[in-house]
Design a protein around this ligand. Structure first.
Ligand code: SAM
Length: 452
């Protein structure tokens, strides 16, 4: 009999963190590429379902003070932590509710963004159905839901490993980690299961109990997701990061396999997922009755900001990439990129950038991000990051990426309240964490925008 979900999340602390794939600054671009006139997240109502202790939602509320945020979760203890963190951070545009999604009746109108990250594959069938029905009933006409889920083709090979480890556990091996270690020692060298076992061991005990060994572990294929959404009155618009629709840099074998599916987009993506052994997607849905533009006007690309992900192969694209990279690490409006390319044709750049976004070598956002990469004279984390440092939780960087640290580093981070100058902080670091190479580390933190 599986442990009930609520008991698991009340009695063990879920290692919550931020999830860049759920960031509305990027999913809004994905929606616009799908032809939807989505609202700007700086003036929006944003809900997170299964928000846990708020590490994903609070930084978004800090980023967009003009928007309203609601987080809900079944776990009362996670919601209590979320409220404490929001209080310590002084965030006033957010509220948290400990409630089962099936009982949640929000007041105040629909949502422009709904986020359900790490939720669908970990809840029972009636809650899965409630998620789609909730989104259909509570999205605004131009709203989007970003829902992540594990993919069957990449996740399924884990099940025999989980079954064997559980059998070892039942025979008295103790926790999941010990069972996996025993399983590893008796697995044939060269077996594909070894890589899976190593991956599970690398996740560690804090995450394994909720992840591979969670009481419900239900990966879906993409077509089931799209069809279930459609039956609930929702339309699939693709991935929340537009460059993630296809696995990046497919090899020749993959391309050959995909060629036969080139006319049916869903079949094409299914084949791509299967070939790549993909295990995860983060998809965007809108209402079935939403008005979608048939094609995206090329001028629209100029509303977004961009940064580079990797060097493309064509020389014309490389010229654009270099212009983007000259502003790195900032994400800059396309006009800035064009200004760095005298004599270029705006329309041609817009077309190439649009393609670059779909292929993943350009990372788009709905708004620019610019910050100083030099450490400030008196390093100060904002109150939310400072509170996370005190609690040894991951810190969320400027790209909404979580940064975790070895235990000793947290004492130095918690001292970054603006009261010490660089010399004082270096001395503090030497005293409390002698193994830390303080200066390069501080530069690394500044380079991730942690002092903004
Ligand atoms: C796997 S965790 C994911 C947490 C977070 N979204 C993340 O991705 O890191 C699933 C979360 O959903 C919550 N949850 C499960 N069933 C729920 C329900 N019926 N209503 C609301 N929250 C629920 C759990 O308490 C837990 O915090």
């Amino acid at each position: 009999m599986p442990i009930p979900i609520q008991e698991l999340y009340e009695t063990r602390i879920y290692p919550a963190m931020s999830h860049p794939l759920s960031d509305p600054a990027v999913s809004a671009v994905a929606a616009m590429l799908g032809g939807l006139a989505v609202r700007h997240p700086a003036a929006a109502r944003i809900l997170e379902i299964g928000c846990c202790s708020g590490l994903n939602l609070i930084p978004l509320a800090l980023r967009w003070p003009g928007s309203r945020f609601i987080g809900i979760d079944l776990s009362g203890s996670a919601i209590a932590t979320a409220r404490e963190l929001a209080g310590a951070a002084g965030v006033v545009n957010i509220e948290f509710h400990a409630v089962d999604l099936r009982d949640f009746k929000p007041a105040g109108g629909g949502f422009d963004f709904i986020i359900a990250h790490g939720f669908l594959s970990w809840v029972p069938a009636d809650v899965q159905a409630a998620l789609f029905a909730f989104c259909r009933g509570n999205l605004t006409p131009t709203g989007i839901a970003t829902i992540s889920f594990n993919l069957e083709c990449g996740w399924r090979p884990r099940f025999p490993v989980i079954e064997k480890a559980r059998a070892i556990q039942q025979a008295g091996a103790g926790d999941e980690m010990s069972a996996l270690a025993i399983l590893r020692s008796v697995t044939e060298p060269g077996s594909p299961e070894l890589a899976i076992i190593d991956d599970m061991l690398a996740k560690g005990p804090a995450i394994l109990a909720f992840d591979d060994f969670g009481p419900i572990n239900d990966p879906w294929p993409l077509d089931r997701f799209v069809q279930t959404a459609a039956a609930a009155g929702l339309r699939w618009l693709g991935e929340s990061h537009p460059g993630n629709n296809l696995p990046q840099n497919p090899d020749a074998r993959t391309l050959e396999k995909l060629r036969g599916h080139s006319t049916d987009l869903l079949a094409f993506y299914l084949a791509a997922d299967a070939t790549a052994g993909r295990a995860f997607r983060s998809s965007v849905l809108c209402r079935e009755d939403a008005r979608l533009a048939e094609r995206v006007a090329w001028e629209q690309v100029f509303e977004w900001s961009v940064r580079g992900a990797f060097l493309p192969s064509s020389s014309e694209d490389q010229r654009i990439f270099q212009a983007i990279a000259s502003a790195a690490p900032a994400s800059v409006p396309l006009d800035v990129v064009v200004a760095a390319m005298p004599g270029c044709d705006r329309r041609d750049v817009a077309r190439r950038v649009g393609e670059g976004i779909q292929r993943g070598w350009i990372l788009p956002r709905i708004e620019p991000v610019c910050f100083d990469v030099e450490p400030p004279p008196r390093p100060a984390l904002n109150p939310f990051r400072l509170e996370c440092a005190r609690r040894r939780l991951p810190l969320v960087d400027i790209w909404h990426q979580p940064c975790s640290f070895p235990a000793g580093h947290y004492a130095v981070l918690a001292a970054m309240d603006g009261s010490r100058d660089l010399c004082g902080l270096a001395a503090f670091s030497k005293r409390h964490c002698p193994e830390l190479a303080f200066e390069p580390w501080l530069r690394h933190l500044a380079g991730r925008g942690l002092f903004t």
